[in-house]
Design a protein around this ligand. Structure first.
Ligand SMILES: [Zn+2]
Length: 91
């Protein structure tokens, strides 16, 4: 954990303020602000990964903030996967 004087967002350098609470969900546990964490899917993924490494589990409210993005159901891909599964069962 960095010294409190260094508590700035890893990405945008914003110091910790109450409305922009820094979370240790950046690369290697670096502190990042909420805005930066939501700035790209990759960062959100990293944040989710960091959740797993946390000693303190996130609150329900925090978890709800990180719901996965809805994906489009892909018929072709689904049947491809089903075919592959069927193949595997035969062998
Ligand atoms: Zn930031």
């Amino acid at each position: 954990m960095p010294e409190s004087a260094d508590w700035k967002c890893y990405y945008c350098n914003t110091p910790e303020i109450s409305r922009n609470h820094l979370r240790p969900y950046g690369p290697n546990g670096a502190l990042i602000c909420f805005d930066c964490m939501k700035a790209s899917p990759g960062r959100e993924k990293e944040a989710e990964r960091q959740f797993g490494a946390m000693l303190d589990p996130p609150t329900d409210a925090e978890l709800n903030e990180y719901r996965p993005i809805d994906y489009t159901y892909d018929d072709e891909l689904e049947s491809e996967i089903a075919d592959r599964d069927a193949d595997r069962e035969i062998r």
